[in-house]
Design a protein around this ligand. Structure first.
Ligand SMILES: Cc1ncc(COP(=O)(O)O)c(C=O)c1O
Length: 395
């Protein structure tokens, strides 16, 4: 199917103010580095999305708008078909982005000073949302065993029992370790949280990038009780590579919580619609399926290349992802402290990755690689890593 779409096309992202290759991210001296940090793809958006945007642009009038009639049905149809979750359209609130929903949920449904549980190594912005809203991050670190991460349920039960722990940020699938949590794992987490009055905020932004052989279970689809004890964030930003021109959705089954969230949206005037976001999202969810399947195929091809090449490098190993274009790499065998590892990767290998400790202290010795680039770009980067390791005699 990949033949129908050209993921090998090298597109100069520096022609727009893209973050991934920007000096703000790579550093002033980083122009020649392999830009593999920021979590988006180097591919053009799906053809139906481009076409819908062009049609909307040609209309020429961009005054105030409500949501297009087809947007919510496109979203609910997509989620039902892809993940078997039938969302009541009345439970859906439009949001500008996922982090905005996490911040509103934290400020509305927890008290200042409360603890929000997260499971590091985990997406660094979770820490910022918690700190910037005057809440405390409570870490329930994942357990790494035989190259696979799992949740520590015993410790979760103990942490959730603290009455000041009132919320949990669930990353599902999990950035950066690539786990697609099983139904059994999610059900166990859900039961613990319900037992101790901990509201689950489930960030499912990576759900559509689940690899064949794994099944993403929407948290709120587990049971009526879990639906009532959760807030779910959905977004087409990652899957269709439209982060800079889309919005997201917050799904809240509990009517009281949903009304409170809506009132907060209104207080903050988070209720304006961007015409391009609406059009891009509707086209993506309605017609983007074949492109997404091909993109996931291509990403898995890149992963196969990465896996093959790293197999010859005993000092670098990959944590096998079950979803996403983000790969958690284990450099601990190099025996380098965090700054030395970054210096080696930037200075010798010419790689700009996201540093492991950004995801919590458990990330020391690790780094996150984004493989949603052209295969040629990845192959060249692997050549350069191999040369750097050979030069340092660290292969
Ligand atoms: C798990 C996770 N949540 C949220 C975001 C950001 O989402 P948004 O741009 O909609 O705020 C990212 C982006 O990397 C992410 O990986």
């Amino acid at each position: 199917m990949s033949e129908a779409f050209n993921f090998d096309e090298e597109i100069d992202r520096r022609r727009v103010p893209a973050l991934k290759p920007h000096p703000m991210v790579l550093g002033a001296d980083g122009a020649d580095l392999f830009p593999a940090g920021v979590a988006d793809m180097d591919f053009k958006a799906p053809p139906p999305v481009l076409k819908a945007l062009q049609t909307r642009l040609a209309h020429g009038v961009f005054g105030y708008e409500t949501l297009p009639d087809g947007l919510i049905p496109a979203l609910t149809g997509w989620v039902a078909a892809r993940h078997g979750w039938r969302i009541d359209p009345g439970d859906i609130l439009r949001a500008p982005n996922v982090l905005n929903s996490l911040a509103i949920a934290a400020s509305l449904f927890t008290e200042p000073g409360d603890g929000i549980i997260l499971q590091p190594p985990v997406f660094f912005d979770f820490y910022d949302v918690i700190a910037e809203n005057g809440r405390r991050a409570i870490a329930n670190p994942l357990i790494l065993s035989n190259g696979r991460y799992a949740m520590d349920f015993e410790q979760l039960e103990a942490l959730a029992a603290d009455p000041r722990a009132t919320m949990l940020f669930l990353c599902s699938p999990h950035n950066p370790v690539g786990r697609v949590w099983t139904r059994a794992e999610l059900a166990r987490l859900g039961a613990i949280c319900r037992r101790h009055g901990v509201l689950v905020v489930s960030d499912e932004i990576h759900a559509d990038l689940t690899f064949p052989g794994h099944t993403h279970t929407p948290f709120a689809a587990l049971s009526e009780e879990d639906a009532m004890n959760s807030v779910t964030c959905l977004s087409p930003a990652k899957s269709f590579n439209i982060a800079a021109c889309c919005g997201s959705f917050t799904v809240i089954a509990d009517p009281e919580k949903r009304a409170a969230f809506q009132a907060e949206n209104s207080r903050l005037t988070v209720n304006k619609n961007n015409a391009f976001a609406s059009v891009a999202m509707e086209a993506a969810y309605r017609d983007g399926g074949p492109w997404l399947d091909a993109a996931v195929d291509y990403i898995r091809g890149n992963l196969a290349l990465l896996r093959d090449r790293l197999a010859a490098l005993p000092t670098v190993s990959l944590i096998e992802p079950e979803a996403t274009f983000l790969v958690w790499l284990d450099f601990r065998a190099l025996g380098l402290a965090p700054d030395a590892l970054t210096a080696f990767l930037r200075g010798e290998a010419q790689w700009a990755l996201t540093r492991g400790p950004a995801f919590g202290p458990q990330g020391e010795g690790f780094a996150r690689l984004n493989i949603a680039c052209t295969r040629a770009r990845l192959a060249a980067a692997l050549d350069s890593l191999e040369r750097a390791l050979a030069a340092e005699n660290r292969r």
